[in-house]
Design a protein around this ligand. Structure first.
Ligand SMILES: Cc1ncc(COP(=O)(O)O)c(C=O)c1O
Length: 467
Protein backbone atom coordinates (compact mmCIF):
# COMPACT_ATOMS: atom_id res chain seq x y z
CA UNK A 1 0.00 0.00 0.00
CA UNK A 2 1.36 3.43 -0.93
CA UNK A 3 2.19 6.05 1.71
CA UNK A 4 -0.30 8.58 0.49
CA UNK A 5 -2.37 11.32 1.93
CA UNK A 6 -4.87 10.33 4.58
CA UNK A 7 -8.34 11.26 3.39
CA UNK A 8 -11.74 11.46 5.01
CA UNK A 9 -12.70 7.82 5.61
CA UNK A 10 -16.35 8.64 5.00
CA UNK A 11 -15.48 9.75 1.48
CA UNK A 12 -13.51 6.52 1.01
CA UNK A 13 -16.49 4.51 2.23
CA UNK A 14 -19.00 6.04 -0.17
CA UNK A 15 -20.25 3.69 -2.89
CA UNK A 16 -21.89 4.55 -6.20
CA UNK A 17 -22.61 1.37 -8.17
CA UNK A 18 -24.06 3.20 -11.17
CA UNK A 19 -20.52 4.22 -12.10
CA UNK A 20 -18.77 1.14 -10.68
CA UNK A 21 -16.78 -1.79 -12.17
CA UNK A 22 -19.44 -2.89 -14.70
CA UNK A 23 -19.47 0.39 -16.66
CA UNK A 24 -15.69 0.56 -16.30
CA UNK A 25 -15.41 -2.84 -18.00
CA UNK A 26 -17.92 -1.66 -20.61
CA UNK A 27 -15.68 1.32 -21.38
CA UNK A 28 -12.72 -1.04 -21.95
CA UNK A 29 -14.82 -3.18 -24.27
CA UNK A 30 -15.99 -0.13 -26.21
CA UNK A 31 -12.35 0.97 -26.58
CA UNK A 32 -11.66 -2.45 -28.15
CA UNK A 33 -14.41 -1.73 -30.67
CA UNK A 34 -16.95 -4.10 -29.16
CA UNK A 35 -20.67 -3.31 -29.26
CA UNK A 36 -21.97 -1.81 -26.03
CA UNK A 37 -25.61 -1.09 -25.16
CA UNK A 38 -25.40 1.29 -22.21
CA UNK A 39 -28.51 0.61 -20.13
CA UNK A 40 -26.81 1.41 -16.84
CA UNK A 41 -27.53 5.08 -16.40
CA UNK A 42 -30.45 7.48 -16.71
CA UNK A 43 -28.63 9.94 -18.93
CA UNK A 44 -30.96 10.32 -21.94
CA UNK A 45 -28.99 12.68 -24.15
CA UNK A 46 -25.84 10.56 -23.85
CA UNK A 47 -27.88 7.80 -25.46
CA UNK A 48 -29.13 9.71 -28.44
CA UNK A 49 -32.24 11.49 -27.12
CA UNK A 50 -32.28 14.87 -28.85
CA UNK A 51 -32.74 17.97 -26.69
CA UNK A 52 -36.14 19.67 -26.82
CA UNK A 53 -35.68 22.39 -29.46
CA UNK A 54 -37.52 25.15 -27.59
CA UNK A 55 -35.29 24.83 -24.52
CA UNK A 56 -32.11 25.12 -26.50
CA UNK A 57 -33.39 27.98 -28.65
CA UNK A 58 -34.11 30.03 -25.54
CA UNK A 59 -30.86 29.04 -23.81
CA UNK A 60 -28.91 30.05 -26.94
CA UNK A 61 -30.44 33.52 -26.87
CA UNK A 62 -29.82 33.86 -23.14
CA UNK A 63 -26.12 33.06 -23.49
CA UNK A 64 -25.78 35.52 -26.35
CA UNK A 65 -28.22 38.38 -25.73
CA UNK A 66 -27.00 40.26 -28.82
CA UNK A 67 -28.64 37.54 -30.89
CA UNK A 68 -32.05 38.64 -29.61
CA UNK A 69 -31.73 41.90 -31.52
CA UNK A 70 -30.40 40.02 -34.54
CA UNK A 71 -33.25 37.51 -34.50
CA UNK A 72 -35.76 40.36 -34.24
CA UNK A 73 -34.29 42.07 -37.29
CA UNK A 74 -34.31 38.78 -39.21
CA UNK A 75 -37.96 38.33 -38.40
CA UNK A 76 -38.73 41.93 -39.36
CA UNK A 77 -37.01 41.26 -42.70
CA UNK A 78 -39.20 38.18 -43.20
CA UNK A 79 -36.31 35.68 -43.09
CA UNK A 80 -37.98 32.33 -42.59
CA UNK A 81 -35.27 30.58 -40.58
CA UNK A 82 -35.63 33.19 -37.84
CA UNK A 83 -36.73 31.86 -34.47
CA UNK A 84 -40.39 32.05 -33.46
CA UNK A 85 -41.43 35.42 -32.07
CA UNK A 86 -42.57 33.75 -28.85
CA UNK A 87 -39.12 32.19 -28.35
CA UNK A 88 -37.48 35.58 -28.71
CA UNK A 89 -40.02 37.23 -26.41
CA UNK A 90 -39.62 34.53 -23.77
CA UNK A 91 -35.82 34.83 -23.79
CA UNK A 92 -36.04 38.63 -23.60
CA UNK A 93 -38.50 38.43 -20.69
CA UNK A 94 -36.27 35.98 -18.85
CA UNK A 95 -33.25 38.22 -19.28
CA UNK A 96 -35.25 41.13 -18.00
CA UNK A 97 -36.58 39.09 -15.06
CA UNK A 98 -33.06 38.05 -14.14
CA UNK A 99 -31.64 41.59 -14.55
CA UNK A 100 -28.10 40.15 -14.55
CA UNK A 101 -28.32 37.43 -17.22
CA UNK A 102 -26.27 34.25 -17.25
CA UNK A 103 -22.85 35.47 -16.18
CA UNK A 104 -23.38 36.89 -12.71
CA UNK A 105 -23.86 35.22 -9.36
CA UNK A 106 -27.53 35.17 -8.42
CA UNK A 107 -29.31 35.06 -5.09
CA UNK A 108 -28.18 31.93 -3.24
CA UNK A 109 -31.64 30.40 -3.50
CA UNK A 110 -31.71 31.26 -7.20
CA UNK A 111 -33.43 33.97 -9.25
CA UNK A 112 -36.59 35.09 -7.52
CA UNK A 113 -38.65 35.29 -10.73
CA UNK A 114 -37.84 31.65 -11.39
CA UNK A 115 -38.79 30.63 -7.85
CA UNK A 116 -42.09 32.44 -8.41
CA UNK A 117 -42.59 30.48 -11.63
CA UNK A 118 -41.82 27.23 -9.78
CA UNK A 119 -44.41 28.11 -7.13
CA UNK A 120 -46.97 28.77 -9.89
CA UNK A 121 -46.12 25.43 -11.50
CA UNK A 122 -46.55 23.53 -8.22
CA UNK A 123 -49.92 25.18 -7.57
CA UNK A 124 -51.26 24.48 -11.01
CA UNK A 125 -49.88 20.91 -11.03
CA UNK A 126 -51.52 20.24 -7.65
CA UNK A 127 -54.67 22.19 -8.46
CA UNK A 128 -54.24 24.66 -5.61
CA UNK A 129 -55.43 28.28 -5.88
CA UNK A 130 -52.57 30.76 -5.56
CA UNK A 131 -54.36 32.51 -2.65
CA UNK A 132 -54.95 29.25 -0.75
CA UNK A 133 -53.01 28.66 2.49
CA UNK A 134 -51.59 25.57 0.76
CA UNK A 135 -50.17 27.58 -2.14
CA UNK A 136 -46.44 27.20 -2.76
CA UNK A 137 -44.22 29.96 -1.40
CA UNK A 138 -41.37 31.23 -3.62
CA UNK A 139 -39.38 31.92 -0.44
CA UNK A 140 -39.57 28.25 0.48
CA UNK A 141 -38.09 27.16 -2.85
CA UNK A 142 -34.40 26.84 -3.58
CA UNK A 143 -33.08 26.36 -7.09
CA UNK A 144 -30.30 23.81 -7.00
CA UNK A 145 -27.62 22.22 -9.16
CA UNK A 146 -29.78 19.24 -10.09
CA UNK A 147 -31.98 17.50 -7.56
CA UNK A 148 -28.78 16.01 -6.12
CA UNK A 149 -27.76 19.42 -4.78
CA UNK A 150 -31.03 19.77 -2.86
CA UNK A 151 -30.91 16.24 -1.46
CA UNK A 152 -27.37 16.80 -0.22
CA UNK A 153 -28.30 20.08 1.51
CA UNK A 154 -31.18 18.43 3.35
CA UNK A 155 -29.18 15.38 4.47
CA UNK A 156 -26.18 17.47 5.52
CA UNK A 157 -28.40 19.67 7.63
CA UNK A 158 -30.40 16.87 9.24
CA UNK A 159 -27.56 14.51 10.14
CA UNK A 160 -26.05 16.02 13.24
CA UNK A 161 -24.19 13.01 14.61
CA UNK A 162 -23.48 9.28 14.28
CA UNK A 163 -26.79 8.28 15.89
CA UNK A 164 -28.94 10.23 13.44
CA UNK A 165 -30.76 8.00 10.99
CA UNK A 166 -32.53 8.45 7.67
CA UNK A 167 -35.17 5.94 6.61
CA UNK A 168 -34.43 4.98 3.03
CA UNK A 169 -36.12 2.48 0.70
CA UNK A 170 -34.24 -0.68 -0.16
CA UNK A 171 -33.47 -0.76 -3.03
CA UNK A 172 -32.58 2.94 -3.30
CA UNK A 173 -30.83 5.41 -5.54
CA UNK A 174 -27.24 5.47 -4.19
CA UNK A 175 -27.11 9.26 -3.86
CA UNK A 176 -28.89 8.70 -0.55
CA UNK A 177 -26.67 5.94 0.85
CA UNK A 178 -23.50 7.70 -0.31
CA UNK A 179 -24.51 11.06 1.18
CA UNK A 180 -25.61 9.51 4.48
CA UNK A 181 -22.22 7.75 4.64
CA UNK A 182 -20.39 10.99 3.89
CA UNK A 183 -22.36 12.88 6.55
CA UNK A 184 -21.64 10.16 9.11
CA UNK A 185 -25.28 9.18 9.73
CA UNK A 186 -27.08 5.85 9.74
CA UNK A 187 -29.07 4.50 6.82
CA UNK A 188 -32.15 2.79 8.20
CA UNK A 189 -33.56 0.67 5.37
CA UNK A 190 -37.23 -0.08 4.79
CA UNK A 191 -38.35 -2.77 2.40
CA UNK A 192 -41.26 -2.03 0.07
CA UNK A 193 -43.24 -5.13 -0.83
CA UNK A 194 -41.88 -6.18 -4.20
CA UNK A 195 -44.63 -8.65 -5.03
CA UNK A 196 -47.27 -6.01 -4.26
CA UNK A 197 -45.77 -3.71 -6.89
CA UNK A 198 -43.29 -2.23 -4.38
CA UNK A 199 -46.14 -0.96 -2.17
CA UNK A 200 -45.07 0.40 1.21
CA UNK A 201 -47.45 -0.31 4.10
CA UNK A 202 -47.17 0.75 7.71
CA UNK A 203 -45.60 -2.50 8.88
CA UNK A 204 -42.73 -2.20 6.42
CA UNK A 205 -42.10 1.36 7.55
CA UNK A 206 -42.56 0.91 11.28
CA UNK A 207 -40.60 -2.30 11.84
CA UNK A 208 -37.22 -0.72 10.93
CA UNK A 209 -38.16 2.45 12.83
CA UNK A 210 -38.77 0.45 16.00
CA UNK A 211 -35.53 -1.49 15.57
CA UNK A 212 -33.61 1.76 15.01
CA UNK A 213 -35.06 3.35 18.14
CA UNK A 214 -34.07 0.27 20.14
CA UNK A 215 -30.52 0.77 18.84
CA UNK A 216 -30.56 4.34 20.13
CA UNK A 217 -30.89 5.89 16.67
CA UNK A 218 -32.91 9.03 16.18
CA UNK A 219 -34.58 8.75 12.79
CA UNK A 220 -34.96 12.23 11.31
CA UNK A 221 -36.51 11.72 7.89
CA UNK A 222 -37.91 9.25 5.42
CA UNK A 223 -36.85 9.26 1.77
CA UNK A 224 -39.50 8.31 -0.80
CA UNK A 225 -38.71 8.10 -4.49
CA UNK A 226 -41.79 8.25 -6.72
CA UNK A 227 -41.67 6.93 -9.38
CA UNK A 228 -38.83 4.83 -8.06
CA UNK A 229 -35.22 4.40 -8.91
CA UNK A 230 -34.12 1.62 -9.36
CA UNK A 231 -37.53 -0.08 -9.31
CA UNK A 232 -39.24 2.33 -11.70
CA UNK A 233 -42.41 1.61 -9.73
CA UNK A 234 -45.16 4.17 -9.24
CA UNK A 235 -46.46 4.42 -5.68
CA UNK A 236 -50.17 3.94 -5.02
CA UNK A 237 -52.14 6.45 -2.92
CA UNK A 238 -52.41 4.08 0.01
CA UNK A 239 -48.61 3.79 0.23
CA UNK A 240 -48.24 7.55 0.05
CA UNK A 241 -50.83 7.98 2.79
CA UNK A 242 -48.95 5.46 4.94
CA UNK A 243 -45.76 7.49 4.54
CA UNK A 244 -47.52 10.68 5.63
CA UNK A 245 -49.18 8.98 8.64
CA UNK A 246 -45.94 7.35 9.78
CA UNK A 247 -43.99 10.58 9.30
CA UNK A 248 -46.49 12.49 11.43
CA UNK A 249 -46.69 9.90 14.17
CA UNK A 250 -42.93 9.39 14.40
CA UNK A 251 -41.96 13.02 13.90
CA UNK A 252 -40.11 12.46 10.62
CA UNK A 253 -39.59 14.86 7.76
CA UNK A 254 -40.46 13.51 4.31
CA UNK A 255 -37.87 13.81 1.57
CA UNK A 256 -39.94 13.28 -1.59
CA UNK A 257 -37.72 12.64 -4.59
CA UNK A 258 -40.09 13.37 -7.45
CA UNK A 259 -37.63 13.80 -10.30
CA UNK A 260 -39.51 11.25 -12.43
CA UNK A 261 -42.92 12.91 -12.09
CA UNK A 262 -43.24 13.26 -15.88
CA UNK A 263 -42.22 9.63 -16.46
CA UNK A 264 -45.53 8.05 -15.56
CA UNK A 265 -46.65 6.95 -19.04
CA UNK A 266 -50.30 7.91 -18.79
CA UNK A 267 -50.80 6.71 -15.22
CA UNK A 268 -52.05 8.94 -12.45
CA UNK A 269 -49.38 10.54 -10.25
CA UNK A 270 -49.76 12.85 -7.30
CA UNK A 271 -47.23 14.89 -5.39
CA UNK A 272 -46.55 14.59 -1.67
CA UNK A 273 -47.16 18.34 -1.42
CA UNK A 274 -50.74 17.86 -2.57
CA UNK A 275 -51.21 14.88 -0.28
CA UNK A 276 -50.02 16.50 2.94
CA UNK A 277 -52.01 19.69 2.28
CA UNK A 278 -51.98 21.68 5.51
CA UNK A 279 -51.17 18.69 7.72
CA UNK A 280 -48.05 19.39 9.72
CA UNK A 281 -45.56 16.99 8.14
CA UNK A 282 -42.29 18.68 7.23
CA UNK A 283 -41.69 18.05 3.54
CA UNK A 284 -38.73 18.52 1.25
CA UNK A 285 -39.60 17.82 -2.37
CA UNK A 286 -37.16 17.57 -5.21
CA UNK A 287 -37.53 18.01 -8.95
CA UNK A 288 -35.04 18.20 -11.77
CA UNK A 289 -34.47 19.09 -15.43
CA UNK A 290 -32.52 15.84 -15.83
CA UNK A 291 -35.39 13.42 -16.34
CA UNK A 292 -38.95 13.61 -17.70
CA UNK A 293 -38.90 14.25 -21.46
CA UNK A 294 -36.32 17.01 -21.08
CA UNK A 295 -33.32 14.83 -20.13
CA UNK A 296 -31.08 17.86 -19.57
CA UNK A 297 -28.82 16.07 -17.06
CA UNK A 298 -25.70 18.02 -17.96
CA UNK A 299 -27.32 21.36 -17.29
CA UNK A 300 -27.66 20.55 -13.59
CA UNK A 301 -30.95 22.27 -12.87
CA UNK A 302 -33.38 21.40 -10.11
CA UNK A 303 -35.37 22.74 -7.24
CA UNK A 304 -36.08 21.92 -3.62
CA UNK A 305 -39.40 22.97 -2.09
CA UNK A 306 -39.75 23.08 1.70
CA UNK A 307 -43.14 22.86 3.43
CA UNK A 308 -43.86 23.06 7.14
CA UNK A 309 -40.21 23.90 7.80
CA UNK A 310 -39.10 22.63 11.21
CA UNK A 311 -37.74 25.11 13.75
CA UNK A 312 -34.03 24.56 14.44
CA UNK A 313 -33.16 23.64 18.02
CA UNK A 314 -31.29 26.30 20.01
CA UNK A 315 -31.91 29.05 17.44
CA UNK A 316 -34.70 31.22 16.17
CA UNK A 317 -34.15 29.83 12.67
CA UNK A 318 -36.06 27.21 10.73
CA UNK A 319 -34.87 24.57 8.26
CA UNK A 320 -35.46 26.88 5.34
CA UNK A 321 -33.01 29.42 6.76
CA UNK A 322 -30.46 26.65 7.21
CA UNK A 323 -30.82 25.46 3.63
CA UNK A 324 -30.39 28.99 2.30
CA UNK A 325 -27.32 29.35 4.51
CA UNK A 326 -25.86 26.18 3.00
CA UNK A 327 -26.65 27.43 -0.49
CA UNK A 328 -24.97 30.74 0.25
CA UNK A 329 -21.66 28.99 0.91
CA UNK A 330 -21.83 27.71 -2.67
CA UNK A 331 -22.70 31.27 -3.78
CA UNK A 332 -25.48 30.25 -6.17
CA UNK A 333 -26.75 27.45 -8.38
CA UNK A 334 -25.52 27.61 -11.97
CA UNK A 335 -27.52 30.04 -14.04
CA UNK A 336 -28.22 27.90 -17.12
CA UNK A 337 -29.66 25.21 -14.87
CA UNK A 338 -31.86 27.86 -13.25
CA UNK A 339 -33.09 29.13 -16.61
CA UNK A 340 -33.86 25.57 -17.68
CA UNK A 341 -35.92 25.07 -14.53
CA UNK A 342 -37.88 28.16 -15.60
CA UNK A 343 -38.48 26.66 -19.03
CA UNK A 344 -39.42 23.30 -17.50
CA UNK A 345 -42.09 24.88 -15.30
CA UNK A 346 -43.48 27.28 -17.93
CA UNK A 347 -42.96 25.99 -21.50
CA UNK A 348 -43.76 27.74 -24.76
CA UNK A 349 -46.77 29.93 -25.31
CA UNK A 350 -49.86 27.79 -25.88
CA UNK A 351 -51.22 27.92 -29.40
CA UNK A 352 -47.91 28.94 -31.00
CA UNK A 353 -46.07 26.94 -33.64
CA UNK A 354 -43.27 26.53 -31.10
CA UNK A 355 -45.77 24.96 -28.72
CA UNK A 356 -47.04 22.57 -31.39
CA UNK A 357 -43.51 21.35 -32.15
CA UNK A 358 -42.74 21.15 -28.42
CA UNK A 359 -45.76 18.90 -27.79
CA UNK A 360 -44.72 16.68 -30.68
CA UNK A 361 -41.18 16.36 -29.36
CA UNK A 362 -42.43 15.63 -25.86
CA UNK A 363 -44.82 12.92 -27.05
CA UNK A 364 -42.10 11.35 -29.20
CA UNK A 365 -39.73 11.00 -26.23
CA UNK A 366 -42.32 9.70 -23.77
CA UNK A 367 -44.00 7.33 -26.25
CA UNK A 368 -40.61 5.94 -27.20
CA UNK A 369 -39.66 5.34 -23.56
CA UNK A 370 -42.95 3.61 -22.90
CA UNK A 371 -42.61 1.42 -26.00
CA UNK A 372 -39.09 0.37 -24.98
CA UNK A 373 -40.20 -0.48 -21.45
CA UNK A 374 -43.05 -2.67 -22.59
CA UNK A 375 -40.90 -4.37 -25.22
CA UNK A 376 -38.28 -5.27 -22.57
CA UNK A 377 -40.95 -6.43 -20.11
CA UNK A 378 -42.33 -8.71 -22.83
CA UNK A 379 -38.97 -10.47 -23.14
CA UNK A 380 -38.83 -11.16 -19.39
CA UNK A 381 -41.62 -13.70 -19.92
CA UNK A 382 -39.16 -15.79 -21.94
CA UNK A 383 -36.50 -15.78 -19.18
CA UNK A 384 -36.78 -18.66 -16.74
CA UNK A 385 -37.60 -17.46 -13.22
CA UNK A 386 -37.50 -13.73 -14.06
CA UNK A 387 -40.30 -11.56 -12.66
CA UNK A 388 -40.75 -7.83 -12.79
CA UNK A 389 -43.16 -6.19 -10.35
CA UNK A 390 -44.74 -2.76 -10.15
CA UNK A 391 -46.22 -0.29 -12.58
CA UNK A 392 -43.77 1.10 -15.11
CA UNK A 393 -42.43 4.55 -14.32
CA UNK A 394 -39.18 6.52 -14.35
CA UNK A 395 -36.65 5.11 -16.84
CA UNK A 396 -35.93 1.74 -15.30
CA UNK A 397 -37.04 -1.85 -14.89
CA UNK A 398 -35.78 -3.88 -11.98
CA UNK A 399 -36.45 -7.56 -12.70
CA UNK A 400 -35.90 -10.21 -10.07
CA UNK A 401 -33.60 -12.79 -11.57
CA UNK A 402 -34.80 -15.88 -9.74
CA UNK A 403 -32.34 -18.60 -8.73
CA UNK A 404 -28.72 -18.00 -9.79
CA UNK A 405 -26.14 -20.79 -10.16
CA UNK A 406 -24.60 -21.91 -6.84
CA UNK A 407 -22.26 -19.28 -5.37
CA UNK A 408 -22.98 -16.67 -8.04
CA UNK A 409 -24.17 -13.12 -7.39
CA UNK A 410 -26.11 -10.64 -9.48
CA UNK A 411 -22.81 -8.79 -9.98
CA UNK A 412 -21.39 -11.96 -11.62
CA UNK A 413 -24.55 -12.20 -13.71
CA UNK A 414 -24.35 -8.59 -14.95
CA UNK A 415 -20.64 -8.89 -15.70
CA UNK A 416 -21.19 -12.11 -17.67
CA UNK A 417 -24.18 -10.56 -19.46
CA UNK A 418 -21.96 -7.64 -20.45
CA UNK A 419 -19.17 -9.90 -21.75
CA UNK A 420 -21.63 -12.04 -23.68
CA UNK A 421 -23.95 -9.41 -25.17
CA UNK A 422 -22.49 -5.93 -24.56
CA UNK A 423 -25.56 -5.02 -22.48
CA UNK A 424 -24.55 -2.75 -19.59
CA UNK A 425 -26.80 -2.98 -16.53
CA UNK A 426 -26.37 -2.39 -12.81
CA UNK A 427 -26.65 -5.33 -10.44
CA UNK A 428 -29.29 -5.20 -7.71
CA UNK A 429 -26.80 -5.31 -4.85
CA UNK A 430 -25.59 -1.87 -5.98
CA UNK A 431 -28.93 -0.46 -4.78
CA UNK A 432 -29.58 -2.87 -1.89
CA UNK A 433 -32.19 -5.60 -2.08
CA UNK A 434 -34.01 -8.05 0.20
CA UNK A 435 -31.61 -10.75 1.40
CA UNK A 436 -31.54 -13.82 -0.83
CA UNK A 437 -32.93 -11.98 -3.87
CA UNK A 438 -31.05 -11.04 -7.04
CA UNK A 439 -31.95 -8.25 -9.43
CA UNK A 440 -30.58 -5.97 -12.05
CA UNK A 441 -31.59 -2.51 -13.17
CA UNK A 442 -31.98 -1.79 -16.84
CA UNK A 443 -32.49 1.80 -18.02
CA UNK A 444 -34.66 1.83 -21.14
CA UNK A 445 -32.93 4.72 -22.84
CA UNK A 446 -30.80 3.51 -25.78
CA UNK A 447 -32.53 3.46 -29.20
CA UNK A 448 -35.42 0.99 -29.57
CA UNK A 449 -33.74 -0.99 -32.37
CA UNK A 450 -30.56 -1.47 -30.37
CA UNK A 451 -32.42 -2.80 -27.34
CA UNK A 452 -34.61 -4.96 -29.56
CA UNK A 453 -31.50 -6.44 -31.17
CA UNK A 454 -29.94 -7.42 -27.85
CA UNK A 455 -33.03 -8.76 -26.04
CA UNK A 456 -33.09 -12.21 -27.71
CA UNK A 457 -29.36 -12.48 -26.89
CA UNK A 458 -30.14 -11.67 -23.25
CA UNK A 459 -32.89 -14.32 -23.22
CA UNK A 460 -30.45 -16.92 -24.60
CA UNK A 461 -27.78 -15.84 -22.12
CA UNK A 462 -30.18 -16.00 -19.20
CA UNK A 463 -31.61 -19.39 -20.01
CA UNK A 464 -28.16 -20.87 -20.64
CA UNK A 465 -26.00 -19.23 -17.95
CA UNK A 466 -24.21 -21.83 -15.84
CA UNK A 467 -22.19 -19.28 -13.87
C1 LIG B 1 -34.17 9.25 -7.91
C2 LIG B 1 -33.16 10.24 -8.37
N1 LIG B 1 -32.97 11.35 -7.66
C3 LIG B 1 -32.07 12.27 -8.03
C4 LIG B 1 -31.30 12.09 -9.14
C5 LIG B 1 -30.28 13.13 -9.48
O1 LIG B 1 -30.80 13.99 -10.41
P1 LIG B 1 -30.08 15.34 -10.83
O2 LIG B 1 -29.45 15.10 -12.15
O3 LIG B 1 -31.20 16.30 -10.90
O4 LIG B 1 -29.11 15.68 -9.77
C6 LIG B 1 -31.43 10.94 -9.90
C7 LIG B 1 -30.56 10.70 -11.06
O5 LIG B 1 -30.58 9.69 -11.69
C8 LIG B 1 -32.40 9.99 -9.51
O6 LIG B 1 -32.58 8.87 -10.19
Amino acid sequence: MSQGVKVNSRVLDMEYAVRGPIPQRAAEMAAQGRRIIPCNIGNPQALGQPPIGFYRQVLGLLENPASITRERSLRAAGITEALGEDVIDIAAAMLEGSRTGTGAYTESAGFRFIREAVAGFIDSRDDVASDSPNAADPDAILLTDGASGGAVYVLEALISGPKDGILVPIPQYPLYSATITRCGGVLVGYHPDEEQGWALGRKNLEAPLKAAVEDGIEVKAIVVINPGNPTGALLDRQSMGDVVDVAREWGLAIIADEVYQENTYGQEWCSFASLIGDEPAPLFSLHSVSKGFYGECGHRGGYLEVRHAQPVAGTNLDMRDILVKQASVNLCPNTMGQFLVHLMVTGPREGSETHRVFLEERARVLDDLQAKASMIRGYFDQMAGVECFGRTGAMYLFPRLGQLPEGKTDFDYCMALLEETGLVTVNGAGFGQAPGTHHLRIAFLPPFELIEEVMPEWVAFHNGWQG
